[in-house]
Design a protein around this ligand. Structure first.
Ligand code: SF4
Ligand code: SF4
Length: 361
C-alpha cells in the first residue's frame, strides 16, 4: 500500500491555504473542509487516530479531482497533495470504510472488468497479432463508442494494422476509490493480455489510462511488454507522415481546446494537441481564459462524474464559462468531453474531429 508522507501532510495542514483559489473543488463546493489544507488537516487527524474513519470524512478526502491546481501556488515543491489523499483513501479502505456511491462501480469492476457493468467494454476487433493495440478505456467504450469506432477507422484509413481486445479496465478507478488490491489485479490481468496479443505499441485515447499504464504499473511491480502512446501523438505522427490528410471540416471553423489536467500539469504536454489542430485546414484556435498549465479542471478528474455528480456538474459549468464562443470545444479525454457536454454545446474529442477531417467527404 502507498504510504502517506506524514510530514508533508502536516506541512499542508498548517499552511495558510492560499492555494484554495486554484482548487476547483472548494471553489465549486464552498466548504473549507474540502479546501487543500482542510483535507490535509482532516487526513492528519484521521491518520493520527484523533478521529475515526467514517463515510462523511472519507467523502471529504475523496473530494479531490487530482488536477494539481494547488501545486501551482504551493511553497512545498515535494508535496503532491493529490497523491497523499489517494494514499489516505487506501487507509480508509483498509479500515473497511467505502463511499456508498462507489460500491456498485467497484462491484462491476470486480465482476465485469468495467465500472459501468456487463457488456460495456470494447470487443476484440482488427487483426490478431497486429503490432498496434488500440485501448479505448472504460469510459469511451461505454459512453462514447462512436469515438472508438472513429479512432479505428482512422487507423484503417492510414493503413495501420491494429487489434483491439476484450478490454479490462486499466485499474485507475479502483485505485482512486481506495481498492489498491483490485487495481493491481486488473493491472496484472492487463499485462497478461497485452503480452499474449503480441502487440508492440499500445495506443490509448484516455490520459488516465495512459498515466496508469506508464506511471502506476511500474510502482505496482508490473512492467508492460509494449510502448504506450497517446492517440493524439499517434495520429499526429500519421499526419506528419502523410498517411492521414485532413481537409476542412464543414460547419466548424473556430475551436477551443480544453487541456486535460493530467496532460497539461503532469505531462506538461500542451503543444501536440494544438499542433494537430493546426494541421486541420480552415480552423482557427481561440484559447480559453485559462489554458495549458493554468487550466482549470472541468469536473472530469478522478471520475468525479460518478462519485460526486452534482459537484462535477458545477465544476463543468464554471469551466464552460471560461471557454470562448466557438463552433466546437475540443479535448482529448473522455471524462473531459462528458463533463463539458452539460452546457449543451458542441464538444468533441480530437479523434472525432480528425475523423470528420479525414474520413467524411
Ligand atoms: S497544497 Fe501547498 S499551498 Fe495548498 S494548503 Fe497545502 S501546503 Fe499550502
Ligand atoms: S489536486 Fe486539485 S482538487 Fe485536489 S486539492 Fe489540489 S487543487 Fe484541489
Amino acid at each position: 500500500m502507498a504510504q502517506v508522507n506524514r510530514k508533508q501532510l502536516l506541512d499542508c495542514a498548517l499552511c495558510p491555504n492560499m492555494c484554495r483559489c486554484e482548487c476547483p473543488v472548494v471553489q465549486a463546493w464552498g466548504k473549507e473542509a474540502v479546501s487543500p489544507s482542510g483535507k490535509s488537516r482532516l487526513a492528519h487527524l484521521l491518520l493520527e487516530g484523533r478521529l475515526s474513519w467514517s463515510e462523511e470524512f472519507l467523502e471529504a478526502l475523496s473530494a479531490c479531482v487530482g488536477c494539481r491546481g494547488c501545486q501551482t501556488l504551493c511553497p512545498f515543491p515535494e508535496l503532491d497533495l493529490a497523491e497523499e489523499l489517494l494514499a489516505a483513501r487506501q487507509e480508509a479502505s483498509q479500515a473497511g470504510v467505502c463511499l456508498h456511491q462507489v460500491a456498485p462501480y467497484l462491484g462491476n469492476l470486480k465482476k465485469f472488468g468495467s465500472p459501468y457493468g456487463q457488456g460495456r467494454g470494447l470487443a476484440p476487433a482488427g487483426e490478431r497479432g497486429a503490432a498496434v493495440l488500440y485501448f479505448a478505456g472504460c469510459t469511451a467504450a461505454a459512453n462514447n463508442p462512436q469515438s472508438v469506432e472513429t479512432a479505428l477507422a482512422l487507423l484503417e484509413k492510414a493503413g495501420v494494422s491494429y487489434q483491439t481486445l476484450d478490454e479490462f479496465c486499466c485499474g485507475y478507478p479502483a485505485e482512486i476509490w481506495g481498492d489498491l488490491e483490485l487495481a493491481r489485479q486488473l493491472a496484472a490481468d492487463n499485462r497478461e493480455r497485452f503480452a499474449a496479443s503480441g502487440a508492440r505499441t499500445l495506443v490509448t485515447g484516455c490520459p488516465e489510462c495512459r498515466w496508469t499504464f506508464t506511471r502506476r504499473y511500474g510502482a505496482w511491480g508490473i512492467e508492460l511488454p509494449l510502448e504506450v502512446v497517446d492517440s493524439t501523438t499517434f495520429f499526429l505522427g500519421l499526419i506528419r507522415e502523410g498517411r492521414l490528410q485532413p481537409r476542412p471540416v464543414q460547419g466548424i471553423d473556430t475551436v477551443t481546446y480544453h487541456d486535460p489536467c493530467l496532460r497539461a500539469r503532469l505531462e506538461e504536454d500542451w503543444e501536440r494537441p494544438r499542433e494537430l489542430l493546426g494541421l486541420i485546414p480552415g480552423l482557427t484556435l481561440v484559447e480559453a481564459a485559462s489554458s495549458k498549465e493554468k487550466v482549470r479542471c472541468c469536473g472530469g478528474g478522478q471520475m468525479a462524474q460518478l462519485t460526486f455528480p452534482a459537484l462535477a456538474e458545477t465544476m463543468a459549468r464554471r469551466r464552460l464559462a471560461e471557454l470562448p464562443a466557438v463552433s466546437a470545444a475540443l479535448t482529448d479525454c473522455p471524462f473531459c468531453r462528458e463533463s463539458l457536454l452539460v452546457g449543451g454545446g458542441t464538444v468533441m474529442e480530437l479523434t472525432e474531429l480528425l475523423g470528420r477531417a479525414c474520413i467524411e467527404r
